[in-house]
Design a protein around this ligand. Structure first.
Ligand code: ZN
Ligand code: ZN
Length: 452
């Protein structure tokens, strides 16, 4: 209305009376214009208004159910590529919620569900991982793991619970939703057992992102460093790529009392470990984050025998594909030089595990306002990059995506243990926050991309 008035205001009028009349006429026209929507306005969009209040109300009612669901999954943790029970619960729930399509046994025990909204629109995906870790639970809690040596120590029980919670909330609002939501429940995020394939790369290979292909994908990960109720985000490169390194050193067996007659592979190994660390400090651009860790070292059978073989396993983390290649070449050069100096030989194998988690800036910037509305401006905080890897990165190579951190810590309650530790736990308050934030983020995306 304001615009119409300005555009047609007669600047050079000589008489006040006709001017007043003209203004009155303009206001009247504007009023009619606003009261009677033109034809194009009706088909302007299929936006869904008032969803925030609906989500909030539904999630509040679900609180006890979310906690019970998470505890059940926590008590029955399953290792990577063994998520039989968990994926069964997921598939059954999606069926009960009336999902339009449900694919099971994707990449092992993966479940992909499609929820079609009542109005046409875009497709957006939500990912939740389901696997646990080979760690013994030490927390004395009523929902302690019932499987010896296995524990949800990375919060994937919370991720699965939140994924199911979002599925439930959105399925109850489906008639009003402009577009479709694809739910990707993924196995083996922690890595498939040796000799097996698994995780997001296999999910993609088996069509998880096709028919239909989403325009964006969202995921979350619990974060004990952030208090429950807080959301952390990182724009662009957020988490490092990971490569497995397998090294075998060959020397010559001999009596420990006559080292000159053999080639002591243990001494060679010690030199190799030290020399490999100098790659980061002396041969790579200082401003490139690189971590090269040798995590295992095995060799020898007796104290008085010089062994002829040492095996080492390591991991390489970088934020840049070129640097990754550079480190691989330098590691080869280093092992070659060091082993030659002692008359030993080496084998080196690099196996790519994940690529860099890259949060698409457009998707992130579009999602932040709704996240701030849900949890409050001050509780959506930028976080630093991490060297920890996440296979969400592979989805982001196909479609733009955003993996954010869901605060799950609570210093007052003593919930501070890091992920992948025996006493890790979450503040269960984060479950309802997680459902609220994810459901709203998805609806906001669909609204922003509704057919106009
Ligand atoms: Zn993990
Ligand atoms: Zn994880």
């Amino acid at each position: 209305m304001h615009i119409i008035y300005e555009m047609t205001f007669p600047h050079k009028s000589h008489s006040m009376k006709p001017l007043m009349k003209q203004i009155a006429r303009l206001y009247l026209t504007a009023l009619i214009f606003l009261m009677v929507p033109p034809a194009w306005a009706a088909e302007k969009s299929s936006e869904f208004a008032g969803y925030e209040a609906q989500v909030a109300q539904k999630v509040e009612a679900m609180r006890p159910q979310l906690i019970a669901q998470r505890r059940d999954i926590h008590m029955h943790p399953e290792l990577s590529n063994r998520e039989v029970r968990t994926s069964g619960i997921v598939a059954e729930r999606l069926r009960a919620l009336g999902f339009d399509e449900i694919r099971t046994n994707v990449a092992g025990h993966g479940v992909v569900g499609l929820l079609k909204g009542g109005k046409p629109g875009a497709v957006v995906a939500v990912r939740a991982d389901m696997d646990a870790l080979p760690i013994t639970e030490v927390n004395d809690v009523p929902y302690k793991s019932l499987t010896p040596g296995v524990k949800h120590a990375c919060g994937h029980d919370a991720h699965t619970t939140i994924g199911l919670g979002v599925a439930e909330v959105l399925s109850r609002m489906r008639e009003q939703i402009p577009g479709s939501v694809k739910f990707v429940f993924q196995p083996a995020e922690e890595g498939a057992p040796p000799g097996e394939e698994g995780g997001s790369a296999l999910m993609i290979k088996e069509g998880a992102l096709e028919n239909p292909r989403p325009q964006a994908i969202f995921g979350l990960h619990v974060s004990p460093e952030l208090e429950a109720g807080t959301i952390g985000y990182c724009l662009g490169p957020a988490q490092a790529s990971a490569d497995n390194m397998d090294i075998v050193l060959h020397g010559k067996m001999g009596h420990a009392a006559h080292p000159d007659r053999g080639i002591d592979t243990i001494v060679v190994a010690a030199q190799c470990v030290t020399a490999l660390q100098a790659i980061k400090s002396r041969r790579i651009d200082t401003f490139e984050p690189v971590i090269l860790t040798i995590g295992t070292i095995h060799g020898g059978t007796r104290r008085n025998i010089m062994t002829d073989e040492v095996k080492m396993e390591g991991t390489l983390r970088t934020f840049n594909a070129d640097v990754r290649k550079q480190v691989e070449a330098l590691a080869r050069e280093t092992l070659d030089g060091v082993t030659k100096a002692y008359g030993a030989t080496y084998e080196l194998k690099f196996t790519p595990i994940t690529t860099v988690v890259y949060n698409d800036p457009t998707v992130v910037k579009e999602a932040l306002p709704i996240m701030r509305r849900v949890v409050g401006d001050k509780k959506v905080v930028p976080v630093t990059q991490r060297m920890g890897a996440e296979d969400f990165s592979y989805y982001q190579e196909v479609v733009p995506g955003f993996l954010y951190r869901l605060g799950s810590g609570n210093k007052a309650k003593g919930i501070t243990a890091d992920i992948h530790t025996p006493n890790f736990d979450i503040d269960e308050e984060c479950l309802s926050v997680g459902v609220k934030v994810m459901a709203n983020t998805v609806l906001d995306f669909l609204n922003n991309h509704a057919s106009k």
